[in-house]
Design a protein around this ligand. Structure first.
Ligand SMILES: CC(C)(COP(=O)(O)OP(=O)(O)OC[C@H]1O[C@@H](n2cnc3c(N)ncnc32)[C@H](O)[C@@H]1OP(=O)(O)O)[C@@H](O)C(=O)NCCC(=O)NCCS
Length: 141
């Protein structure tokens, strides 16, 4: 099996591939403009997963690198799923030196709770204390 390598070098990311997946196949960022994604990536800590130099996985962390982080845009390309790559990507995120000692690490997921539960994520203890401004269809307008 080819080695699965993970790194956070933004220059190595395949923006075309990440944009294609998120804008065409994801159920949360469908239609996201390429420039919006490029701007999000520029202001995030991004993790790329590579097989023989080709990107097949992605995760993006928005953080102050001290107290809080938000995990977003996690995916493994469909043909590479079920081989533990998301788990390994998540392990890299959780082990990253800039993401230690955080008071809160948040994410939103519609159906991958089991994946994140393995890394200590759980439903908010006090959901009534959380608020958000949410425009899920913003890229469709
Ligand atoms: C979710 C996703 C990243 C998992 O990638 P993967 O490489 O196939 O996952 P892994 O092989 O590392 O295994 C993930 C583990 O989480 C579990 N899991 C929980 N929810 C899951 C889900 N919705 N999809 C896939 N696995 C899920 C799996 O059962 C597996 O556990 P197991 O090894 O005990 O069986 C991938 O299916 C994907 O890209 N889905 C589309 C995008 C998406 O939904 N991203 C999550 C946004 S929050």
């Amino acid at each position: 099996m080819p080695a699965f390598l993970i790194d956070t070098d933004p220059a190595r990311l395949d923006l075309d591939l990440v944009h294609r997946f998120l804008s065409e196949q994801s159920n949360w960022a469908r239609g996201i403009p390429r420039a919006t994604l490029a701007r999000a990536i520029a202001h995030s800590l991004c993790f790329g997963g590579y097989l023989e130099g080709t990107q097949i996985a992605f995760a993006r962390v928005v953080s102050d690198c001290a107290t809080f982080a938000y995990l977003a845009d996690v995916f493994v390309l469909p043909e590479h799923r079920g081989r533990g790559y998301a788990r390994r990507l998540l392990a890299s995120v959780m082990d990253h030196s800039e993401l230690q000692g955080l008071r809160r690490f948040s994410l939103a997921t519609s159906d991958a709770h089991g994946l994140y539960a393995g890394f200590g994520f759980a439903a908010p203890r006090r959901p009534q204390s959380l608020m958000e401004r949410y425009e899920p269809d913003i890229y469709q307008k």
